[in-house]
Design a protein around this ligand. Structure first.
Ligand SMILES: [Fe+2]
Length: 261
């Protein structure tokens, strides 16, 4: 399995605090069946700046330690980029990197709202041949209230990444409900842990894929897995299935009942 959104790099954001914690996270990834992960430190979120060159250097240092410790885990460069007005200047200045040097870039919106120019930004990226992946839209208050906000972004060329912990209830009932709803509506294309810490916020990737298979069907699981690999391999995404148009569609009513909708 591939995990495309993690905070494993030591001491540079609110993820692994030091090399020991980074190695703990690496070993935990291997135990969860993960063979490759993309390091996506926060960038330009008002608290952390981790530009592309620095992040690349940190990935190289951790790779060397993984080899020395004989931990069989492929590590790729990435960033979790907070959406901001100067993104395109930063991109042309080489401060931003895509995920694993692919055509996909990971964007984070503020948790309270959708930025006003979000659709314009997405459009601009797609013109440049870059496809934005929206990190955990289920944790954005405006998307929770109005999933059509995310649909507009997907229609403009973006993709959605749901977080394992959201699906598994780690962020509370409302976010759990929103996460499943976005999946059912075909607005989610890939699944990732957004791991920060082995104990406080680990992977749960296998567990989440199992739940996706049980609740939504194997075609959702396969789609999310395929797309995580498509990022590493830099090939095209599969479109997400939509619940109700799947072999597992009959389960939708039960699931909605479960969430009291
Ligand atoms: Fe993150």
């Amino acid at each position: 399995m591939i995990d495309i959104h993690t905070h494993i790099l030591p001491g540079i954001d609110d993820g692994a605090a030091d090399m020991e914690e980074a190695l703990d996270l690496a070993r935990a990834a291997v135990s969860d069946g993960i063979t490759g992960l993309i390091a996506t430190p926060h960038h330009a979120n008002g608290r952390y700046m981790n530009d592309a060159a620095f992040t690349r250097q940190q990935v190289e240092l951790l790779r060397e330690r993984l080899a020395a410790e004989q931990i069989a885990l492929d590590l790729y460069v990435g960033q979790e980029i907070r959406v901001h007005g100067d993104m395109f200047e930063a991109l042309s200045a080489g401060e931003l990197t895509t995920l694993a040097d692919s055509r996909y870039i990971l964007l984070e919106m503020p948790s309270s709202s959708v930025p006003k120019r979000m659709l314009e930004y997405i459009h601009e990226f797609t013109i440049m041949g870059i496809r934005p992946i929206i990190a955990h839209p289920e944790r954005n208050a405006e998307v929770v209230q109005k999933p059509s906000k995310l649909r507009e972004m997907i229609d403009a060329g973006a993709y959605g990444q749901v977080t394992t912990h959201s699906l598994l209830g780690g962020f509370g009932k409302q976010i759990e409900r929103s996460a499943w709803q976005l999946c059912q509506e075909g607005l989610i294309h890939t699944l990732s842990s957004d791991a920060h810490h082995v104990v406080r916020r680990g992977y749960r990737l296998q567990e989440a894929y199992k739940r996706v298979r049980e609740e939504l069907g194997e075609n959702f699981e396969q789609c999310y897995k395929h797309n995580a690999e498509a990022i590493i391999g830099n090939y095209v995404f599969n479109e997400s299935p939509v619940m109700g148009r799947t072999s597992n569609g009959k389960k939708l009513a039960n699931l909605l009942k479960f969430f009291g909708r």
